[in-house]
Design a binder for this molecule. Structure first.
Ligand SMILES: [Fe+2]
Length: 303
């Protein structure tokens, strides 16, 4: 049992044009084909889509779609999630076809963050060509990247992902973000799936943001790709959420910027790749080795 990888994400928006510009001209991913209902698919590799942006009434992160190994594991997971008291709804055959998966179900964690779990996936022969020259994204067995959710019911939601879904603890820190000595810190849970990516999901002990997501992370192949993406962020006047830096726990070099959906996207490279079979959970004290000055920190410094 366990989760293989993050396969795709689904986002609802009233700003389709803004998302299209952001995805193609700033992040530098490629438009895909075949999204239904006026939506748009974006691909970062040989999966027909990794982002499904859907027209809606407002900005809402609908779901992170995680793959499980096979139909048996998928059925076991579905029963476990239902037994844990979470709502479970099977996707139809037509909905599964749109996603390029054999079957999926919708659910959510105890804080209501949107999830889908599927088995059976699709790859095709369409070459990834970035419209702005990104050399490529690192996916493969490590999946598309990671998703981070707000988890006010931190202990219960952490236990859900660990004991019910089958993610594994990679780093369970309390981060002191203020620098004040009496700050009790903010709990985080960085958890890996059954692959070498340091975390495929993470939780922060904070309210669920109105957007429904804290951030998504994509891994680019080179530091030049990341630097040029940072230039495109500035050129397109996209709000920078955190300056370039390097994380302590997953050692990723990169920065954060705000998507049109209100949540952030982390663009990084050069991460630590773990051995999921032997990894022992760590508990780091700070998120970043250097850099990553958050927009709110900058605002406080400027006052
Ligand atoms: Fe991240």
């Amino acid at each position: 049992m366990g989760v293989k990888e993050l396969g795709y994400v689904i986002v609802q928006t009233a700003k389709m044009a803004d998302w299209d510009h952001f995805m193609t001209e700033v992040v530098g991913v490629m438009r895909g084909e075949g999204a239904p209902g006026g939506g748009a698919f974006y691909r970062v590799d040989d999966r027909p889509f990794r982002f499904w942006i859907k027209p809606g009434e407002g900005e809402h992160f609908e779901a992170a779609g995680y793959q499980v190994a096979d139909e048996v594991a998928w059925n076991v997971l579905k029963e476990a999630i239902a037994a844990a008291g979470r709502p479970v709804e099977d996707g139809t055959a037509e909905e599964a076809k749109v996603r390029g998966v054999t079957a999926f179900f919708r659910t959510s964690d105890p804080d209501g963050n949107g999830l889908e779990f599927f088995h059976g996936d699709t790859r095709d022969d369409v070459a990834f060509v970035s419209p702005v020259g990104v050399s490529g994204f690192v996916t493969g067995d490590m999946g598309m990247g990671h998703a981070v959710f707000g988890a006010p019911s931190f202990d219960a939601t952490h236990a859900f992902y660990r004991d019910v879904v089958g993610f594994h603890d990679t780093d369970i820190p309390r981060f002191n973000m203020s620098g004040e000595p009496n700050d009790p810190g903010m709990g985080f849970a960085f958890m890996h799936a059954d692959n070498g990516r340091h975390h495929s999901i993470a939780l922060g002990e904070m309210p669920v943001p109105p957007s429904g997501c804290v951030h998504l992370m994509l891994e680019m192949k080179t530091i030049t790709d990341v630097g040029k993406c940072h230039d495109r962020m500035r050129a397109n006047k996209v709000p920078e959420s955190a300056t370039i830096g390097r994380h302590v726990n997953d050692q990723t070099f990169g920065f954060y910027m705000q998507t049109p959906g209100g949540f952030d996207i982390e663009i990084g490279c050069d991460p630590l790749v773990i051995d999921p079979a032997t990894w022992k959970a760590t508990a780091h004290l700070v998120p970043s080795e250097w850099g990553h000055v958050w927009a709110w920190q900058k605002a406080m410094e400027e006052n």
